[in-house]
Design a protein around this ligand. Sequence first.
Ligand SMILES: Nc1nc2c(c(=O)[nH]1)N[C@H]1C(S)=C(S)[C@@H](COP(=O)(O)O)O[C@H]1N2
Ligand SMILES: [Mo]
Length: 232
Amino acid sequence: MTDTSDPHAPVGHAPEPPADSKLTRTKRDWARQGKFLTGRLTRPEEQRLPPGQHLVRDWPVLDLGMQPRISLDHWRLDVTGEVDHPVSWDWATFRAQKQTQETTDIHCVTTWSRYDNRWEGLATRDLLDLVMPRESARFVLLHSYDGYVTNLALEDFAAEDALIVHSWEDKPLTIEHGGPARLVVPHLYFWKSAKWLKKIEFVATDKRGFWEENGYHNHADPWKEERYSDEE
Ligand SMILES: Nc1nc2c(c(=O)[nH]1)N[C@H]1C(S)=C(S)[C@@H](COP(=O)(O)O)O[C@H]1N2
Ligand SMILES: [Mo]
């Protein structure tokens, strides 16, 4: 478990909310609904590889072919939309946020999986504590510096092992793999893990991203083989 007692608030942020704040209530609701239970910790080793996947040792690079180069001086991360406390962070502010390390598996829809990737970054749950999504926030759109967009339900974005990472295996994330910072959502196919993250937008209504518009499944659970959409 990560420590949630320290809000790691940016300068000027309100103090920690009282016990029955909206945030506390939201967390309680989520816990009651059993959200964030990805099954990751209880899945036995022989069921670790999702159906139709094969294991690789290298780490393939997949993107739209344009790898944007963002200097740390110009990098920003905006968190906007249906939140009480939107933020616009420069690199130093992002790096000053609470850090979480996770070792998780990658499952790409093109059928490769890669085990035990050691990530470090800001847990999406800790981001949610800071920005405070409103009741109206149901979905999250991830916008990237290469123009890529992908969409997630709020509860998938808020999975307990989802991180906005800046490091892989204790080294800065390389540009080809989405550095300076990318999302990693281990319980969904890897196209949901936006590289070169630029903006996180909380919205009331779902909106399909690039691959979701181009025939991929809207949800993308590898355990259910949600690879392609049935919709025309
Ligand atoms: N910004 C951005 N993020 C992206 C993509 C992309 O084209 N642009 N491709 C997605 C797809 S389809 C995959 S499989 C993974 C690949 O990440 P990797 O190159 O680090 O393996 O990134 C995902 N995130
Ligand atoms: Mo992919």
